[in-house]
Ligand binder design. Structure first.
Ligand SMILES: Cc1ncc(COP(=O)(O)O)c(C=O)c1O
Length: 389
């Protein structure tokens, strides 16, 4: 594959996304279409389930192993640092309950984070006798880097949790900078990556992430109830699973002798997986990640950025407030703008069949690898016809 060549979207659409439909689907930040290879993998799995005699050993542990390997490749980790979990919340919960949060310490989170990255910390801080500090955003509603660093530097911080990309504004965090800052101060760095993985490259080692959590149904183009967490190897022994599944334990690996109870964890992050998993969804997620890696996440990032550029320029020229930071390091595939009449602009887009959503007082567009420049031109046409300002 030529990393520099633009994505041949028409060929990709025909092969993997033939059912997306004729009007622009610009809502990857909510949910994406399943690629054909993933749909086929899950359907084939389900069919073998129905024809139960066709199930084979490969449908069990090897299916999970391939899922962990795909996730590990995507984030630059090793497979034994990956736990397959059904969504982001499970991963954040794992971090909140397994990381040490001493009484009197502080957990720092940026304000205006998606609630999946707030409530687990609120509950845990309350129970631990710690304080949750929500760092106020800047005037544009984006995380305020300088204030966050100031908070982290004040001492007594056990954990800093941040989304790699903010759900409403699309602000892309400088993870390596925050990771380094946290590591130097002994602060655990937890990243909610669901709005980032699949559209922007992320390397957990380069960014010095301690725990990363994601669901699979957004930019990863995976099934619902698929996702994973990364836990840095050095932390695993000290992070006891907050929910102990029977599969978390070494002794239960031998199904013929399950009742030989021993309090001994399985190797690696698998211990955080809680009992019988959604095998067919893991099979689908593995295929979806495979497709993204095949196309190239950096290529996807460039493609998506180029899709948004003309719309951003058009809105700016028209004097419409653009909420998203379009500087190269902070931009992402989430693009938000605030027309004066939000309801009318949203209605005009919906009437034209453009799938997008209002979020926090702005319209949020989220194109992905399957979107075309023609579709983005259509958005401009609709906004122009509706007289959006
Ligand atoms: C930043 C962020 N985290 C998490 C989620 C979803 O969490 P979960 O995967 O637990 O449903 C969303 C969904 O919108 C999100 O934007």
């Amino acid at each position: 594959m030529n990393e520099d060549a633009p994505i041949d979207v028409h060929a990709l659409r025909a092969a993997e996304f033939p059912h997306v439909g004729p009007t622009p689907y610009l809502n990857a930040a909510s949910v994406t279409p399943l690629p054909e290879r993933s749909r086929r993998a899950t359907e084939r799995y389900v069919m073998r389930r129905s024809r139960i005699h066709e199930m084979r050993d490969d449908d069990f542990e090897p299916t999970l192993r391939r899922g962990r390997q795909a996730a590990a490749r995507l984030v630059g980790a090793d497979a034994d640092e990956i736990a397959l979990l059904p969504n982001t919340s499970h991963g954040i919960h794992l971090a909140a309950h397994a990381l040490s949060i001493p009484r009197g310490s502080r957990v720092v989170v940026s304000d205006r984070e998606f609630p999946a990255n707030v409530y687990p910390w609120m509950g845990r801080a309350r129970d631990a006798g710690a304080t949750l500090t929500l760092v106020p955003c800047d005037a544009a509603g984006r995380p305020d880097e300088a204030r966050i660093l100031e908070e982290l530097d004040r001492g007594g911080v056990a954990v800093f949790a941040l989304s790699a990309v903010q759900f409403a504004t699309g602000w892309h965090a400088d993870l390596p900078m925050f990771g380094r800052f946290c590591r130097e101060r002994g602060i655990r760095f937890v990243v909610d990556a669901i709005q980032s993985l699949g559209q922007i490259p992320l390397d957990v080692r380069a960014a010095q992430v301690d725990v990363l959590a994601t669901g699979g149904h957004k930019w990863l183009c995976g099934p619902f109830s698929s996702g994973f967490a990364y836990v840095r190897r050095e932390l695993i022994e000290g992070m006891e699973p907050p929910t102990v599944g029977w599969t978390s334990m070494q002794a239960a690996q031998d199904y013929s002798r399950c009742v030989d109870y021993r309090w001994e964890w399985v190797e690696g992050a698998r211990r955080y997986e809680v009992a019988t998993p959604p095998f067919q969804e893991v099979a689908g997620l593995t295929e979806s990640i495979g497709l993204l890696l095949e196309v190239g996440v950096e290529r996807i990032r460039r493609h998506v950025s180029a899709l948004i550029d003309p719309l951003a320029s058009w809105l700016e020229a028209r004097g419409v407030e653009v909420v998203s930071d379009r500087s190269p390091a902070r931009r992402s595939g989430i693009f938000s703008f605030r027309p004066r009449d939000l309801a009318a602009a949203t209605q005009a887009l919906h009437d034209a069949g453009v799938a997008c959503v209002p979020r926090e007082g702005a319209i949020r567009l989220a194109p992905h690898l399957y979107n075309t420049h023609e579709e983005m031109a259509r958005v401009i046409e609709v906004l122009e016809t509706a007289g959006v300002r």
